[in-house]
Design a protein around this ligand. Sequence first.
Ligand SMILES: Cc1cc2nc3c(=O)[nH]c(=O)nc-3n(C[C@H](O)[C@H](O)[C@H](O)COP(=O)(O)OP(=O)(O)OC[C@H]3O[C@@H](n4cnc5c(N)ncnc54)[C@H](O)[C@@H]3O)c2cc1C
Length: 414
Amino acid sequence: MREYAAIIVGGGASGLFCALRLAEAGVTDVLLLERNDRLGRKLSATGNGQGNVTNAHMGAEHYFTDAPDAVVSVLDRFGKDDLLRELTSLGGLFEADEVGRVYPTSRQAASVTDLLRFALEGRVEVRLGARVRSARRSGGKFFVQTEGEEFCARSLALACGGRAAPHFGTAGDGYALARAFGHTVTPLRPSLVQLKTEQARIRGLKGVRADCAVRIVGSPVCMRGDLLFTDYGVSGDAIFRISAFCGEGDVLSVDFLPGRAAGEVERLLRAKAARYPAMRKEDLLRGVVNSSVGKCLTKYSANADFSQFQAQNTAERGKIRKNMDDLARLAHSVKDFRLPVVGTLGFDYAQVTKGGVPLAEVDEGLMSLRADGLYLLGELLNVDGECGGYNLQWAFSCGAVAADAIAGREYAHR
Ligand SMILES: Cc1cc2nc3c(=O)[nH]c(=O)nc-3n(C[C@H](O)[C@H](O)[C@H](O)COP(=O)(O)OP(=O)(O)OC[C@H]3O[C@@H](n4cnc5c(N)ncnc54)[C@H](O)[C@@H]3O)c2cc1C
């Protein structure tokens, strides 16, 4: 049986980058096994098809993990500037938008996959439609089994992603492969995903989109952006971003007028009520918020337990307000509409997996501390980033760092 220098399982962001970096280091005796019939299917769909590859504000504070120092170490060794230098050297152009998200100027994620694919042609052996079922280590070598064949290599890189968006080929195979080498896996949950919320509270709002500030009650986390009401709960850019920080049991506070102070809203409502004494409350909100939101807030303000919110707000923001009349309650609802989260839409709709193999189980070159020569990359590890290019950067950085370590072993072997 032919012995490869390295086998990479998974032709996604981390696997493609690892293969490229190995080829550049002169390690060409590499086999890339991908279960799909083409490389980088998920990569080609990222950023709404536009490919948000990294972020101008890159930093370890944008990641959730068991070992922040290890994330710093990986990003220090191969960070945003290294990535952009590499992708530019392959013939791409990249630009940051106004909030720092970096995209190819083609605004096509598939073109990022193509840059990597072209650069690998003739330098790395690629097998498509090759789903790895098992892997073992024997006599210091790795034996990797697909449905029909067995392959052998001195190093093995698991770059099979997590469980998010399984229709792209990521059914979570990597966790079973890692476990077979003695690794543990922390509890997994979907992140960067739509949230299910109490349905009765948002009845009548399906299809309404608003620019809101959404915060998690009891936490400093607050996101400003689009919020879209759906039949199951809430979606939109603000929700995607905040979903990284919350889940079932949390309560969202929606501010429908983030640019206006509560006092200003209340004064406006009082002036309107004085001018039109017979006007219905929901009509007082006309011209202020979407009319369906106005109706919903009117109902909500009549029933909400504001005394409880006042207590929470006092603790959170130092505000005290007693004896709220109907108009004060209505104004308050516009600024602080509470929405209990009852779940998420799950892995099928998520962009990333929270949890994975702890970073404490790999060394600084991402080599397993359980099996010499085994490397774990990308989403498979217990690292997930905020929305905005952080997850692809992590995957690319892992590919580069692991490739450097594998190349180092190969030089020692020669
Ligand atoms: C719709 C969507 C949009 C996204 N947009 C962005 C974005 O704009 N910016 C950003 O930073 N992140 C984004 N992400 C997240 C990002 O795509 C992932 O974090 C990143 O691709 C993870 O890289 P990876 O190499 O670990 O895994 P993947 O890129 O998922 O690659 C894993 C590969 O392994 C293959 N594989 C799995 N099991 C096996 C097996 N047993 N044998 C052989 N091959 C196997 C899979 O088919 C897949 O090709 C998005 C995710 C989704 C779903």
